[in-house]
Design a protein around this ligand. Structure first.
Ligand code: SAH
Length: 260
């Protein structure tokens, strides 16, 4: 800030805002967020479109990750290595486990790759050479997201919720499982629940995001709307839920989050 006179205007101009990335798995969510992005510019890298601009009070980059762990890892690596991103939020939908019902929001506190198995060389689920199976999120960022989720849910009137049997959606915090598999059978969901009784959701990207952010030492958080119960009707619930509910929920939550 050399030569700054100390006026409010100058100070605002010189303060470097920490850039936040919002990574969506689903195009519908990304489109909703893009509406609120001002001064939007698009940069193409590795077949992805990175949208930079201002979102609420934040300098932001929005991008679609595509689906699965590798796609998410590539996307987040680019954000951290080439876009100067200092915080990462991942949003998407997920299958609910345990108490998590369709319509609930799950904010991760730890993430694990349920399809990682290098046994007997390493304990099952441990990511080789990390000595870790569960990757913790950034507590502050996740707490802020949880608060934003609670206030957004309270203010949302989603006319289609009753169709999904959603009475009062809840915000939950806990373990999220990730793997390169759309879990759509009751036995498979039960097996995951048995292996991880505390798990609240299963999806296909979060733990990969966690591993990349761990490598770079960058704070991150993962927010999921529960779109299905990872059982035999998962594929049916899924498409309708995204269109009717999830994208609007996510946009409302992230608007609440980025407003401050
Ligand atoms: N028909 C969709 C397919 C999405 S794949 C399309 O063409 O775009 C599923 C996406 O939702 C992934 O991003 C994953 O993270 C999440 N997801 C939702 N329910 C899931 C479940 N039961 N098992 C695994 N991933 C799930």
């Amino acid at each position: 800030m050399s030569g700054a006179s100390g006026t409010g205007g100058l100070r605002r101009h010189h303060v470097k805002m920490s850039r936040i990335a919002i990574v969506s798995a689903m195009a519908q969510e990304l489109h909703g967020l893009q509406q609120g992005l001002s001064g939007a510019r698009c940069v193409q890298r590795a077949g992805r479109e990175f949208w930079t601009g201002r979102l609420g009070a934040h300098d932001a980059v929005l991008v679609l990750s595509r689906i699965g762990k590798v796609a998410a890892a590539t996307t987040v690596t680019l954000l951290l290595a080439e876009f100067g991103v200092e915080r990462v939020l991942f949003t998407g939908v997920a299958g609910g486990l345990g108490p998590a019902r369709v319509g609930d929001i799950v904010v991760a506190d730890t993430l694990l790759q349920h399809d990682m198995d290098a046994s007997p060389l390493f304990p099952r689920y441990e990511v080789p050479l990390y000595g870790l199976s569960q990757f913790p999120v950034d507590a502050g960022l996740s707490a802020a997201l949880q608060v934003a989720a609670a206030s957004a849910l309270a203010g949302l009137h989603l006319e289609h919720l009753a169709d999904f049997g959603i009475a009062e959606p809840r915000v939950r915090r806990g373990l999220i499982l990730s793997g390169d598999r759309f879990v759509a059978s009751a036995p498979e969901a039960a097996a995951l629940q048995h292996a991880f009784p505390a798990a609240l959701a299963v999806e296909m990207e979060g733990a990969a995001v966690a591993q990349v952010c761990h490598d770079f030492g960058v704070p991150f958080a993962v927010l999921r709307s529960i779109s299905d119960r990872a059982d035999d009707s998962a594929h049916v619930d899924f498409e309708r839920f995204i269109a009717d509910v999830a994208s609007r929920c996510t946009v409302a939550i992230l608007s609440a989050f980025t407003a401050t």
